[in-house]
Design a protein around this ligand. Structure first.
Ligand SMILES: *Cc1c(COP(=O)(O)O)cnc(C)c1O
Length: 384
């Protein structure tokens, strides 16, 4: 039994944090009301990047200084005393046009595509229903399945991180997933799955199939045109990796009858007025973002070459704005720490699953950032 401290609001020190257990504990009896699956989760951890070159989160390193015209005025004119357009109709039209949504398809927007994954999970959740994806894969599919009380089935990829069709077919037959999420390209492995394999999955899936194209600007390959061929297909996009991560905006496209159902669980004003205005203005000049994506794709090729030249590194193919690599004869944790000490933050994937053993993941940044990373890596390998 823990003791409850009542803290009078006026006495709360300014540095007080509600997760500070010394300041306020609650009884186990109270915590018993929290679902056991939730209590077992650990909160999504975001590393502190202050003072470091940030190559850990697949962000576009370029700013929007190049955007000309009325960008600041648009934001200044936004009516923040009013609720935003609940369906964000203008923005949805603009996104559908920029992202090539086929005629006759509907769209729904999310506060990042993470929110769309959550909405999809909510509309299919129920006892004995599961969400399926691939391992190693995007962690939010598993986490959100757990949030809504669904089982998650992670089908193992083969050793080259491609889809193992025999294993996948058996898993689909056994588990009959309500939704199969396919990240195209995959995160954290960066490769693009075979389009033929995905079409085969579309033919055998009993439920919905969501192709998550978060990295489309770097893969330049899409299932969007295939929406007209498969009623069970939904295509998800985000503006995050194309350079607008701070806006939090994702789009789901598919058959109107399905999108209508997803839209029912959307909170009424989920896309705030500043995001609606800013995204519309930025998409007016989408060529700026396209040029940045082209720079990043070029830099990716240079980085793949630089990494491939290192004997202690096994580098995996990338169609995204990040690269996964494995260290040979060196400890990934130590190399990661050494690189961070030299001022560059990347992502340590080592702990995640067996398949990512001794792997690190680096986001493609500006040329000088990438050079700093390669230099730091070389130094880490030489010193280790
Ligand atoms: C980054 C990422 C997302 C999340 O995008 P947001 O729109 O920022 O929520 C979705 N799917 C994959 C595979 C990602 O890597």
């Amino acid at each position: 039994m823990k003791i409850i401290f009542f803290v009078w609001p006026g006495l709360v020190p300014s540095g007080f944090k509600f997760n500070d257990l010394r300041a306020m504990a609650v009884t186990d009896k109270l915590l018993d009301w929290i679902r056991p699956e939730i209590r077992e989760l650990s909160a999504y951890h975001v590393a502190d990047a202050s003072g470091l070159t940030k190559l850990d989160a697949m962000e576009n390193p370029y700013t929007l200084d190049e955007l000309t015209g009325h960008w600041p005025e648009v934001l200044a004119a936004a009516e923040i005393n009013r609720y935003p357009d609940p369906s964000a109709a203008v923005l949805r039209d603009k996104l559908a046009q920029v992202m090539g949504v086929p005629e006759g398809m509907a769209t729904v927007l999310g506060n990042g595509s993470d929110e769309l994954i959550q909405m999809l999970a909510m509309v299919v959740s129920g006892r004995d229903r599961c969400i399926m994806s691939f391992d190693p894969g995007f962690v939010m599919y598993r986490m959100i399945a757990e949030f809504v009380g669904m089982d998650y089935v992670g089908v193992p990829l083969d050793e080259d991180f491609n889809i193992d069709m025999a294993v996948t077919r058996a898993a689909i037959e056994q588990h009959r997933p309500a939704i199969i999420f396919i990240a195209y390209p995959n995160n954290p492995t960066a490769n693009l799955f075979s389009a033929a394999d995905i079409e085969a999955i579309l033919q055998m899936a009993p439920g919905l199939v969501v192709v998550d194209e978060a990295y489309h600007p770097f893969a330049q390959d899409s299932f969007m045109p295939k929406l007209v061929d498969y009623e069970q297909l939904l295509v998800m996009r985000t503006v995050s990796k194309m350079g607008l991560a701070g806006l939090r905006l994702g789009m789901l496209a598919g058959a109107p009858a399905l999108i209508q159902e997803v839209d029912k669980v959307r909170l009424p004003y989920n896309i705030n007025v500043l995001t609606q205005q800013a995204a519309c203005a930025a998409l007016e000049q989408v060529f700026v973002l396209d040029e940045q994506a082209a720079l990043i794709r070029n830099e990716r090729e240079a980085m793949l070459k630089a990494l491939a030249a290192l004997a202690a590194v096994e580098v995996f193919p990338s169609r995204a704005n990040f690269i996964l690599f494995r260290l040979i004869g060196h400890d990934a944790g130590k190399v990661f720490a050494s690189i961070r000490e030299q001022g560059v933050l990347i992502k340590n994937m080592n702990a995640q699953t067996g398949a990512l053993k001794n792997c690190l993941r680096v986001t493609v940044g500006r040329p000088e950032e990438n050079t700093a990373f390669i230099t730091a890596l070389e130094k880490a390998l030489g010193a280790a």
